[in-house]
Ligand binder design. Structure first.
Ligand code: PLP
Length: 383
């Protein structure tokens, strides 16, 4: 079996599974906010996990706020920035953002804000020249900017450091959706100097329902969930201490795998070239753009992506056609539309997303399986 949907969700990593087996045996299991011995011990375990996460993510200990995942982190940041914003009306996002950003921005769009969507160039990269122009002409109007670090469908890496620098120079709060970037390439929150970044544990091999919001100035966060003042009043509710511990274990394991990035990137290139040589009509989305080493978004125009996905599944290989969320429809995705991708290419895509410790041989197996699928399906082209 080859699981090639890591951008959708990662299975629990081996290190996390091993950790949990032991952890279930030894405990402690108590409310980390309780003052008795077991509570304090549980708290110490969780705070140690926070320190480990902070170290791997290049953040201060206090900048790590545990939550349920990227969607919650994104909502918290919008809530923090916009709740008391009465003068600045613009929310700038891009056309390739995940629905967790788009729908949250649109929600605030129904509450007096104006959502401005940055264009995307045909190489899949957000047009920062337009951002610069908008900022030059309308600085006093802009409440926040939210542009992602790496795209979930294409794996294309965005110029988020440049975007951050434009925002910093103009005192505009910047939320960078780092959900796909963290864990797939090294990231230092403090070095990036970004105001807010988010991630989800289930993309990293940690338990699902976990996540981290990184905030440059955590004391300014407004809690989305008020509750009993946990997480220093920044996120109410008894913490998912077990889950948070798995975040530390997963991130530590991932850090060791960063050494595999260049070999994976090379092997992926070889795989893509091999397929293109056999099937010259095949398109690799964002082929010449900087991309995550683990993602290939590939299309055979005229062959439906879902047909390819089913063929691969019959060979025990699991890929997706676009993102796994509610917008998984058999039409050209909004990300591809934003890049100006034609429909015959857009409807043909499958996303192959591995992790940093996937065996390189997977790419040989994928090349063989994909070739078989294309050869078979080309005879009965679907559109
Ligand atoms: N942002 C990006 C780029 C994503 O890929 C995802 C999930 O696919 C999210 C946000 C939302 O993450 P979650 O559903 O774990 O909250």
């Amino acid at each position: 079996m080859i699981y090639a949907d890591y951008n959708g969700s990662a299975p629990l990593s081996k290190e996390v599974r091993d950790y949990l087996v032991k952890r279930f045996e030894t405990g402690p299991f108590a409310n980390p906010n309780a003052i008795h011995y077991l509570g304090t011990k549980t708290l110490m375990g969780m705070e140690n996990a926070r320190a480990v996460c902070a170290k791997v993510l290049g953040a201060d200990y206090d900048q790590v706020v545990f939550n349920s995942g990227a969607t919650e982190g994104i909502s918290s940041v919008f809530h923090t920035i916009l709740s008391n914003e009465h003068n600045k009306k613009w929310i700038i996002i891009s056309g390739i953002e995940h629905s967790a950003i788009v729908n949250t921005a649109q929600y605030y769009g129904t509450r007096g804000f104006t959502v401005k969507c940055l264009p995307t160039l045909s190489n899949g990269i957000v047009d920062i020249a337009t951002l610069q122009n908008w900022v030059n002409d309308n600085t006093s109007q802009i409440a926040m900017v939210a542009v992602m670090a790496a795209n979930n469908e294409t794996g294309i890496i965005q110029p988020f450091l440049e975007i951050n620098s434009i925002c910093q120079k103009n005192n505009i709060p910047y939320l960078c959706d780092t959900t796909q970037f963290i864990g797939k390439t090294p990231f230092s929150f403090k070095q990036s100097n970004i105001d807010y970044a988010v991630c989800s544990g289930h993309k990293l091999g940690a338990m699902t329902g976990t996540g981290i919001l990184l905030a440059k100035n955590p004391e300014t966060l407004l809690p989305l969930i008020i509750g009993g003042g946990q997480e220093k009043g920044r996120r109410g509710g008894t913490q998912n201490y077990l889950g948070n511990e798995t975040m530390a274990v997963a991130l530590t394991a991932i850090e060791k795998n960063f050494a595999n990035i260049s070999a994976l990137g090379e092997k992926r290139k070889e795989f893509e070239q091999k397929i293109k040589k056999s099937f010259p009509q095949v398109v690799i989305i964002g082929e010449d753009s900087p991309r995550l080493a683990t993602t290939t978004y590939i299309s055979y125009p005229g062959i439906h992506g879902q047909a390819v996905q089913i063929e691969l599944e019959s060979l025990d290989i699991f890929v997706t056609t676009s993102s796994a969320c509610s917008d998984n429809m058999p039409v050209t995705s909004k990300v591809l539309l934003a890049m100006g991708t034609k429909d015959d290419v857009g409807r043909g895509v499958v996303r192959i997303s591995l992790c940093l410790n996937s065996p390189l041989s997977y790419y040989d197996d994928l090349a063989e399986a994909l070739s078989k699928a294309y050869l078979k399906l080309a005879k009965v082209k679907s559109f």
